[in-house]
Design a protein. Structure first.
Length: 359
């Protein structure tokens, strides 16, 4: 599920595209977060921080940061990786729950180099959450990129972060792990081999197509040209709506896509479930400390006819005290789940054992 592409030389701009692929609606809204927000790690509360940078973030259920960019042009993108193994975090270790993993990076870093240095030095460990959509645990990896065109992918396969850091790492999809993906892609024409570009929705095939097309772009004349070109690349890597395949009860489909201009600070969002395109220009948004966290309601206000469209930089609104309290309760529930990983894992094994006996 999901594809991320970086075009680092789009006539002086760094352009990033990303598909969100999932088997159901994530009720995604955009949030504007100012500098100075105080947050915790979502696990034990040992790691606490105040946001250095304001950001615009696309969320799942208004609780989990899935994609976003901060005011310095540093951006991050959470994608699925089936091979993820976070291990069992030590109580004394630096930890982040999956719900705030991306947000920590957006709050604290202006460049990929800074983020990579902190990740390597801290050896930050990730606490998994139960997935409220019906799967037991999400398995995720993180892509980060910045306004210089730098890029990194952070994965966990043995409890510790593996960091792949290079401007050449332009594309990320899903399985397999990134080191293996880099080898698989070499068999295709234009990427080192002689096989034709593959056309399926497999993660490895999407990786090949996205890398080929971002490497074979003409220079855009305008920002609109650059954004349009990136949309064409990620649409080529999108997953269509379809019936599930035999033995696979869930068919991932592209439910939304974003294109980010990290140089000129524009965040463009397009929904496939609520057809409509909107964008936020960071120069038009206040990230000053003391301003409120505001939400752009995409769930109810995006529509094919009569919905939001175009520049929505001034359309963010305060959700109000009641909604804020409800969201805070949701965050505490996620933190509770993260703290009780072992207990939930034991329950999971007991249930699986009972199901096995019934068979």
């Amino acid at each position: 599920m999901c594809t991320r592409v970086v075009w680092s030389d789009a006539n002086g701009s760094v352009i990033v595209g990303r598909n969100m692929d999932f088997h159901m609606d994530l009720l995604t809204n955009l949030w504007k977060y100012p500098r100075g927000i105080e947050r915790t790690d979502g696990v034990q509360g040992n790691l606490r921080w105040r946001a250095k940078y304001g950001s615009v973030v696309a969320t799942a259920f208004d609780l989990i940061a899935t994609d976003g960019m901060n005011e310095e042009g540093f951006a991050g993108h959470i994608l699925w990786l089936a091979e993820s193994d976070y291990g069992k975090p030590e109580a004394s270790a630096t930890q982040l729950s999956q719900a705030v993993w991306l947000q920590y990076y957006l709050d604290n870093f202006a460049t990929v180099a800074e983020a990579v240095e902190w990740t390597t030095q801290s050896q930050v460990e990730i606490a998994q959450l139960f997935d409220p959509t019906g799967h037991l645990v999400p398995t995720l990896h993180l892509a980060i990129n910045d306004a210089t065109g730098d890029s990194a992918i952070i994965e966990y396969t043995d409890g510790k972060p593996s960091v792949y850091h290079s401007r050449d790492y332009k594309v990320m999809t899903n399985s397999p792990t990134y080191d293996k993906q880099l080898e698989l892609v070499k068999v295709y024409q234009g990427l080192g081999g002689d096989q034709p570009l593959p056309g399926s929705t497999l993660a490895s095939d999407r990786f090949a197509r996205a890398l080929f097309y971002v490497d074979h772009q003409v220079q855009p004349k305008t920002q609109v040209d650059a954004i349009a070109a990136m949309f064409s690349i990620i649409r080529n890597a999108a997953q269509p709506f379809r019936t599930p395949e035999p033995g696979k009860p869930d068919a991932s489909q592209t439910i939304w896509q974003v294109v980010l201009d990290l140089t000129n600070k524009r965040y463009v969002f397009e929904s496939t479930t609520r057809p409509g395109m909107v964008w936020v220009d960071f120069d038009e948004v206040s990230f000053n400390e003391g301003t409120k966290s505001l939400r752009l309601d995409l769930v109810s206000r995006l529509a094919l006819e009569g919905g939001l469209a175009g520049d929505v930089s001034h359309r963010f609104t305060d959700v109000g005290e009641l909604a804020s309290d409800a969201l805070a309760t949701g965050v505490r529930a996620l933190e509770f789940v993260a703290e009780k990983q072992d207990a939930f894992e034991a329950i999971k094994k007991d249930v699986q054992a009972l199901v096995g006996k019934k068979k």
